[in-house]
Write a protein that binds this ligand. Structure first.
Ligand code: A5P
Length: 218
């Protein structure tokens, strides 16, 4: 079974967490695209859908699903999103697609965060996948210099502008022994909007699709 089929399976498994009247947050990425496609028929039973990116909003609207503002509901019952790396402690790296800021807001605003991945993304320690950081454009070089002091190698994602009008720096070569500590440290650098380490607010449930089954890690 290919990676895309596994992504689809993980996405389908997340449907079981939907209830009638759920206010749903929808993440971003190719795994979530499968979730959005599978959502179609179920969307009428939901109370509202909040999106984490312009990309997901467009896909939801294509299916005739209305998208509401987080500001109008304050919280969501359930947030479903993918990840670039995940550990059995439910810590994640996210933001490969550049939507990390709105994703982190939705994760924070969610009563339950269900993360859907294929088994190639399950790792013992985070950091093989470069960690995205969204920065205010004028702070890009300053933040990069601060990151060098932490042992990371910052690479500007040139030409990419986030939905919020900011830039992304991808941090290579970080060995992330303590994700909560590193997330906290990076959050304190002026100019950082969001770091793609999701450890303080980690997933509540991780659905990992393998060759034969979807494993649930809580
Ligand atoms: C988007 O910004 C990311 O956080 C995605 O959730 C993550 O990159 C997973 O993407 P795929 O499902 O496309 O692998």
């Amino acid at each position: 079974m290919g990676q895309n089929d596994k992504k689809k399976r993980a996405a389908q498994a997340a449907l079981e967490y939907l209830r009638d009247g759920t206010t749903l947050g929808v993440g971003t990425g190719t795994t979530v695209d499968h979730f959005i496609a599978a959502l179609g028929a179920r969307s009428g039973t939901l109370d509202g859908v909040v999106s984490s990116s312009e990309r997901s909003t467009a896909k939801l609207r294509e299916l005739g699903i209305e998208v509401i503002d987080l500001a109008s509901v304050g919280e969501v019952d359930l947030y479903v999103d993918g990840a670039d790396e995940a550990t059995k402690h439910l810590h994640l790296i996210k933001g490969g697609g550049g939507a990390l800021t709105r994703e982190k807001i939705l994760a924070g605003a969610a009563r339950r965060f269900v993360c859907i991945v294929d088994d190639t993304k399950l790792v013992a320690q985070l950091g093989h996948f470069p960690v995205p950081i969204e920065v205010i454009p004028m702070a890009r070089s300053f933040v990069s210099r601060q990151i060098l002091k932490t042992g990371g190698r910052p690479v500007w994602r040139e030409g990419f502008i986030t939905d919020n009008g900011n830039h992304i720096i991808d941090i290579h070569d970080w060995r992330i022994g303590n994700p909560i500590e590193l997330e906290t440290r990076v959050n304190q650098i002026p100019g950082v909007v969001t770091v793609g380490i999701f450890a303080q607010r980690h997933a509540d449930v991780l659905l990992v699709a393998g060759e034969t089954e979807v494993r649930t890690i809580r």
